[in-house]
Design a protein around this ligand. Structure first.
Ligand code: MG
Length: 159
């Protein structure tokens, strides 16, 4: 078994930063909320889980697997990227035991969408993924959204 940790942060779109997309967190769309800026769909939750899984398996990180200099990943669906990461792990003999992600933001409220996020993430990751939303009571969350994740992977060849 191996454990990995992932972290991601994306800034909100603003006057100086454009985003021609909807806010997506854990594969769930929030059309009425301020979107995040990023090369792909800027899904910080999926990205943190991806980094945790890649780290656990010793397969680098999201930047090495999906370079933001690569046009293929412009506006990419991060749930699809997570599905590809799960396949990469499987090729190397790893199976996700579970992953857990903490999303730090004051808006949107995560709790009402938590089950849907967990379902989307778990289905793509090939193992159970749990999500917890934390508010920071106004302590510096006006600039963007942050996510941390841990993942535990099992060496499937030893099962
Ligand atoms: Mg990211």
């Amino acid at each position: 078994m191996r454990v990995g940790h992932g972290y991601d942060a994306h800034p909100f779109a603003g006057a100086d930063r454009r985003a021609d997309r909807t806010l997506v967190l854990g594969g769930v769309r929030f059309p009425d909320e301020r979107p995040l800026v990023g090369h792909s769909d800027a899904d910080v939750v999926a990205h943190a889980v991806i980094d945790a899984m890649l780290s656990a398996a010793g397969l680098g990180d999201i930047g090495t697997q999906f370079p933001d200099s690569d046009e293929r990943w412009r506006g990419a669906d991060s749930i699809e990227m997570l599905r590809q990461v799960s396949a990469l792990l499987a090729e190397d003999g790893w199976q996700l035991a579970n992953a857990d992600c903490t999303v730090i933001c004051d808006r949107p409220m995560i709790a009402p969408h938590r089950n849907q996020m967990q379902e989307r993430l778990s289905s793509a990751a090939g193992g159970p993924v749990t999500v917890c939303g934390k508010r920071t009571e106004g302590l510096g969350t006006s600039e963007g959204i942050v996510a941390h994740a841990v993942a535990l992977v099992i060496d499937g060849r030893k099962q």
